[in-house]
Design a protein around this ligand. Structure first.
Ligand SMILES: Nc1ncnc2c1ncn2[C@@H]1O[C@H](COP(=O)(O)OP(=O)(O)OP(=O)(O)O)[C@@H](O)[C@H]1O
Ligand SMILES: [Mg+2]
Length: 438
């Protein structure tokens, strides 16, 4: 027989109860019966039925109280209760419904009527249960979706962050590669240029020595007692050869420059270098040129200056470049100031800066415009006319100073002054101190 639902019938009249039991069984319901309210509660809690048919007037606990207790218990709260009673007054019905009953059947009842109501409420109960189940599933599904959405959102955010990081890394990497490529191109350009320059310098050196010797011979001839020229011609020749010597010296200077640049110089020895001594040597080479041009040169050597590690000829090259630039700068300013009185001054000084040795060349010349300050160390950057500037002085000096583990910087005010500052790591007990000047 099909299971149409389980029903608990409660009535203190055994006759009624038997009738109900038979009737429900015939319809395929699982019917349980009980005569007392207390027992009905126990039976309902132990094994909750799908529906309860409950008499009101009973000995002991009446139907109202049973219903009240059923509704107060979580296990039995949702079981539909149909009251069956001989009480037919409106207040009885109202009370039955207000306590949670779903229907009210008056005794004596027509069995078809009772069965129809039982069937309807069982159906409603079943639909409610389905609905409840579906609802619970929906709530669970919504919660799961919400969780999945949250996870998705978090994953998306993490992905976006990772993406930004990746983009930045790719850009950094690209930029780094581009820089490296530029450096490589620059390096290979400089290398080939260096080789070419070294070749040219070598070729020029020989005829230059010949010119120099020729000039010496002329001077010797016109100065000797047996000279066949008159005094005016001799004076003229001496003056002109003097100029030519200056030009030869200039060409020689340029060749030395190029040799340094092409690194073809005699094998470089690294040794402790006395910076003050280097400055004195550089000054001795250049001071006549400045004296002739009314440039006042002040030399302020620092005391107890540490030695630095490097090559004294290369460092001399740096000092000469800085002094030469300072000389050009004061000349440029004078050319610009027309008839205004102007005292051309250059000062070279050394001092200690912690463990480092500082060498400064100051001039009160034309100064450097701010917009080109960052270019002055670039190879071939020059603001001077083609015949007087190759634009290599500072780039070579920069390379030499970096090779010595130091740094070179500039401070300038246009139209007022320029200070070129070289910082080199000093040696203590024969060991080079670490330095980072930037
Ligand atoms: N003391 C200074 N005062 C003003 N400008 C300077 C000074 N030192 C350098 N400069 C500027 O920096 C530029 C580059 O200097 P750098 O010594 O490299 O080349 P250069 O002097 O032009 O040519 P080179 O030294 O090869 O003969 C100069 O052309 C000049 O514009
Ligand atoms: Mg220069």
């Amino acid at each position: 027989m099909k299971n149409a639902g389980s029903i608990l019938a409660v009535d203190d009249n055994p006759e009624n109860l038997r009738f109900l039991h038979v009737l429900l069984k015939e319809q395929g319901y699982q019917a349980r019966t009980t005569l007392y309210g207390e027992m009905a509660l126990k039976a309902a809690c132990r094994k909750p039925p799908d529906l309860i048919l409950l008499d009101i007037m009973m000995t002991g606990m009446d139907g109202y109280e049973v219903c009240e207790k059923l509704k107060a218990d979580d296990r039995t709260r949702d079981i539909p209760v149909i009251f069956i009673s001989a009480l037919d007054e409106m207040p009885d019905r109202v009370k039955a419904f207000s306590l949670g009953g779903v229907d009210f059947i008056i005794k004596p009842f027509v069995k078809e009527d009772l069965l129809a109501r039982v069937s309807t409420h069982l159906r409603i109960r079943s639909l409610q249960q389905d609905l409840y189940k579906r609802n619970t599933e929906l709530v669970r599904e919504i919660a799961e979706r919400k969780r999945a959405e949250d996870d998705l959102h978090k994953a998306k955010e993490a992905l976006e962050t990772a993406n930004i990081g990746l983009e930045r890394r790719v850009l950094d990497e690209l930029e780094k590669r581009q820089r490296q490529q530029m450096l490589l191109i620059q390096k290979s350009k400089l290398e080939s240029l260096g080789k070419l320059a070294a070749g040219i310098a070598h070729e020029i050196n020989q005829p230059l020595s010949a010119i120099s010797m020729g000039l010496d011979n002329i001077i010797f001839s016109v100065s000797s007692d047996s000279a066949s020229v008159d005094e005016t011609t001799a004076a003229y020749l001496r003056k002109e050869t003097g100029h030519l010597f200056e030009d030869v010296e200039r060409i020689d200077h340029i060749i030395k420059h190029i040799k340094t640049f092409s690194r073809e110089q005699e094998s470089v020895v690294l040794e402790p270098v006395d910076v003050n001594e280097v400055c004195v040597n550089a000054l001795s080479m250049i001071k006549t040129r400045y004296k002739n041009h009314d440039v006042e040169i002040v030399w302020k050597p620092g005391e107890n200056i540490r030695s630095v590690t490097g090559n004294k000829y290369k460092l001399e090259q740096v000092v000469l470049n800085l002094l030469s630039n300072a000389g050009d700068a004061v000349e440029e300013k004078q050319a610009g100031s027309e008839n205004m009185p102007y005292n051309k001054q250059i000062e070279i000084r050394t001092f200690c800066d912690g463990n480092r040795v500082c060498l400064e060349v100051w001039d009160n010349g034309a100064g450097i415009p701010e917009d080109i300050l960052e270019n002055i160390f670039d190879p071939f950057f020059t603001t001077k006319p083609l015949e007087s500037g190759s634009g290599l002085g500072l780039s070579i000096s920069y390379g030499i100073v970096r090779e010595m583990g130091g740094d070179i910087g500039v401070e300038s005010e246009q139209g007022d002054h320029t200070v070129m500052r070289v910082l080199l790591p000093g040696i203590e007990n024969g060991k080079t101190e670490n330095t980072d000047c930037r």
